[in-house]
Every structure is written in structure tokens, then in C-alpha cells.
Ligand binder design. Sequence first.
Ligand SMILES: Cc1ncc(COP(=O)(O)O)c(C=O)c1O
Length: 281
Amino acid sequence: MPDTVYFNGAYLEREQVRISPDDRGFLFADGIYEVVRFYGGRPFELGAHVRRMRDGLAALRIEGVDPDSIPGIGAELLARNDLESSDAILYLQVTRGAAPRVHHFPDSQVEPTLFVTVRAFTPSVDPSEGVGVITAPDHRWTRCDIKSVSLLPNCMAAQDAHERGAYEAVLVRDGVALEGTRSSFFAVIDGEVRTAPNSNYILPGVTRAVALELCEDAEIPFAERPVLVDEMLRADELFLAGTTTEIMPIVELDGSPVGSGKPGAITSVLADRFRTRIESL
Ligand SMILES: Cc1ncc(COP(=O)(O)O)c(C=O)c1O
């Protein structure tokens, strides 16, 4: 099986990649990443991922990488890895590059590091069954809108979920259920779909935006308004949305059933419409 990756302008085998120990991604988590889904070789919302990548690079003032190069690199990687018609995931990471270790950004321009991979992907969970989640305190920084590779608080909460047999941890800050460690979070309360508004406390999820569009198309009432923990506990339905998670019903919260303990009606409408959208790619 080929495992050809893109690294700083070249297509290489994965084991040929050499990243400097002075890379600021390694030393400071000074970089961003994106994950893009391909269905049957066709990208899902690639433009939105490219836009978010551009925003992240601008926020961190990393120059020298053109986000518009990503679609071409992605297509080439799929071809080189025999994944042109496959369900796959593209992972990309940009760091500020290698420079002597000082905290502030390098005074002179350094070459950023761009690393892109693809791999075949099949989801591990079935949306018709739903998943269990736990709640966990949100220990992240307050620029969660940047898709930074600094993911240790996400990893720690995901580990707590994993150890408790749950699919995901919903992160709670100041009594508000914000999002998962790798997914956006939604509640259905009195027939209305609710999710935290975009702010510095959440990632502007690509799938989150699609889920809200699907609500609009299906004439399901929705609001971008914080979901308080108390509201989450009495919600009729809960669900997650994300590039790898798609639209995933939550059927158990901290060990207790959500609603009937089965995927909810509104969530199922959205999951079906999501599937239709994928099929029409
Ligand atoms: C913290 C967080 N929120 C939400 C999401 C979902 O975003 P998207 O739908 O763009 O994959 C992710 C994806 O990795 C994430 O890491």
C-alpha cells in the first residue's frame, strides 16, 4: 500500500519526511490543521475548510502557504494513494517552521512547514444507533476559534471519555455546554435546535454550519444561543456534528439516557438530509 504524503513542496513516502527538532510546531504547537472528508473521492465542503485555514493562518500571522494549493495537493495525493474513488480523509498541518527557540515569532521570515496526508476512512460508529458522551470541564484556552494543533486539553477530555466507554466529551465552561473535543454540539429543546454561537470559545465547525443550513431547508426552528447545562440535561434530543462524526445522535449523557434513549426524530431528519447531501456530491 503506498503512503505518499506531501511535505514542503514534494510528494514523498511517509518515512522519508524529516521535520526539524526546532520546528515551532514541535516546540510550541505553533500551527494549525484541517481535516477534510472525501466521499467516493469527492471532497465535502472543501471551500469552507480552505477558508478556515486561511483565517487560522491570518490569526497566527503565518505566511508563505497558499490555502488555495490544498485542493490540487489533495487530488494528487488521492491519485498517488489509489484513493481517487474512495471514502477518505485528508489531514493537513501548517506550522510556523524551524527557528531558534524563543517564544516570540522569528524576527526574519522562516519557511513554514506544510504537511498533508490522506488515508481511507470508514466511520467506526453507526448514526442509526447513536453514541454515549460524557461532560467534562473545558480546560482549553480562549481562542478555540483557531484550529490550532495545541490539542492537549481536547486529548485529555477525549481520554476521559474513552476510559468511560463514551464516544466523545462535551466540554462545559461557566455552565455552558460548548462543543465536543472534535465535534460541534447541538441540543433540541422544545422543538428548537440550539447550538452555541460562534465566538472565541468554539471552533466555527464546517459541519455545524451545514447542520444549521439543513435546519433551515427542513424548516426546523433553530437558534445559535448558548446551551446551559441544565437545558442540556432536560433536552429532548442531543447530537454532535463534525467532519469525522457527521451528524451523530447522542443517546446517553453521563450514563443516563437522552430522551427515549434512541436517536431523536429531529436529529434523524437532519442525519437523513446530511446523507442525501453527501450522495448528491
Ligand atoms: C473542537 C472542535 N469542534 C468542532 C469540530 C467540528 O468541526 P468540523 O465540522 O469543521 O470538522 C472539530 C473538528 O475537529 C473540533 O476539533
